[in-house]
Design a protein around this ligand. Structure first.
Ligand code: GLA
Length: 412
């Protein structure tokens, strides 16, 4: 799978994202000018994401509740007329990595591979969807940590999609434009068909559709969404992101296995997807399923309910009451869905023991990041506790930062 965690496991770390900071759009523009000898036509950027709650529900047509990170990937772009796509990325060491130029008309799923697959796959899907992609020079720079379960690959794909649309003179938000939910579907198609990752709609929708100060409540089945205000600071709270820096090999195969398990369960129950299974019917449904599928179904049904309950609390300004939902989500992902790992469990347990109101793994699992909802005054203590627990378990020290809901993708 791709996703933030698996992509980089499978394909090696992309050469951007963890080094000298600074506005990625400016860095991309400057790097473009340095490489091509003239300024780009424009710069577009897109954020990584964390998911507050609603994990492994997207491909079951369920609910998710992500917000965009302040970390972004920027793509400086110039239109070409000769059908060629050139892609370079600025590494944290200030060095360029340049992919082999490719002809857009010759792009086929599976080639190129590695980090260049993301921009190439987006060019491929846009061309397939009828967008005139006449060729482009792209230069990438970003600050979304790679391999951290924070959707760095989707940030790159979404920024590339807006850049290529922009070069074609298409504003996604104008009347008659494709609209962001449709672009999210295109990016999903890039992931599923070009990159070869069976991921859902969570990451690209978050990167494209989130807005500052809000979490995005998305109903994947209907496509309806609502921006729900999320002002942790006003409530005296913070969302602490704990990048475990762990990447386990299992992540790719496990994601596909879980997804197939859910689809099989829905088939056996005669339902289009697990979304159609209501909590009241859960016990009866579990009785009709083979043992190995039961915990998967239990997770999906209960997780959807936890999203609804979290949204209810947020709508009525009870942000300090959502901790229990987060922690219950983690337990369900660990015990029923079985996608957690030692690093994630240690982070969650240490954060809770140090007073976090709630904590959970985010993203696909088997590494990546966790989040903890903490009272602002307790953050230092939680950070110390998590770091100390990692040292006790002889784990690589985690990376910690506070995340606030930030703007979605756009032109810089
Ligand atoms: C990854 C995938 C998403 C979603 C999450 C789990 O991030 O890319 O589509 O399935 O895992 O919620």
């Amino acid at each position: 799978m791709s996703t933030e965690s698996a992509d980089h496991n499978a394909r090696g770390s992309a050469p951007w994202g963890q080094g000298p900071q600074g506005p990625p759009a400016e860095r991309a523009e400057k790097a473009f000018t340095e490489l091509h000898g003239h300024a780009p036509e424009g710069v577009w950027s897109a954020p990584g994401r964390v998911n507050l709650i609603g994990e492994h529900t997207d491909y079951n047509n369920g609910y998710v509740l992500p917000f965009a990170l302040p970390h972004r990937t920027a793509v400086a772009a110039q239109r070409r007329e000769d059908g060629l796509l050139t892609v370079a990325s600025l590494g944290d060491d200030g060095q360029f990595q340049q992919a082999e130029p490719v002809r857009v008309a010759d792009l086929r799923p599976g080639s190129p591979r590695g980090w260049a697959a993301y921009p190439a796959g987006v060019a491929w899907v846009l061309a397939a969807e009828g967008v005139p992609v006449t060729g482009a020079d792209l230069v990438i720079s970003g600050t979304v940590p790679t391999g951290a379960g924070l959707s760095s690959s989707h940030a790159l794909e979404c920024a590339t999609a807006l850049a290529l649309l922009g070069l074609a003179g298409i504003d996604p938000d104008q009347p008659g434009g494709p609209g962001r939910p449709r672009i999210a579907r295109w990016v999903q198609r890039c992931e599923n068909e070009f990159v070869g990752a069976p991921t859902g709609l969570l990451d690209q929708t978050a990167s494209l559709c989130c807005v500052r100060g809000h979490v995005l409540f998305l109903d994947v089945r209907s496509g309806e969404s609502e921006q729900v205000p999320f002002d942790a600071e006003a409530a005296g709270l913070e969302v602490l992101v704990i990048d475990t820096r762990a990447k386990h090999a299992l992540v790719e195969s496990a994601y596909g296995d879980r997804r197939r398990g859910c689809e099989q369960a829905a088939r056996l129950l005669g339902l289009p997807s697990l979304r159609e299974l209501e909590p009241a019917g859960l016990a009866g449904a579990l009785d009709r399923l083979p043992e190995p599928l039961r915990p998967l179904v239990r997770h999906v049904v209960t997780e959807n309910q936890r999203v609804l309950s979290t949204v209810d609390k947020l709508r009525s300004g009870r942000l300090d009451e959502i901790g229990g939902e987060l922690t219950a989500s983690h337990a369900s992902l660990r015990d029923d869905y079985q996608v957690s790992c030692l690093e994630l469990d240690v982070a969650v347990e240490a954060a809770l023991a140090a007073g976090a109101l709630g904590a959970r793994m985010v993203g696909g699992g088997f590494g990546g990041s966790a989040i903890a909802l903490v009272r602002a005054g307790q953050r230092a203590e939680v950070e110390r506790a998590v770091t100390a627990a990692y040292a006790r378990h002889e784990l690589t020290a985690p990376r910690l930062f506070v995340a606030v809901p930030s703007p979605g993708a756009g032109r810089d």
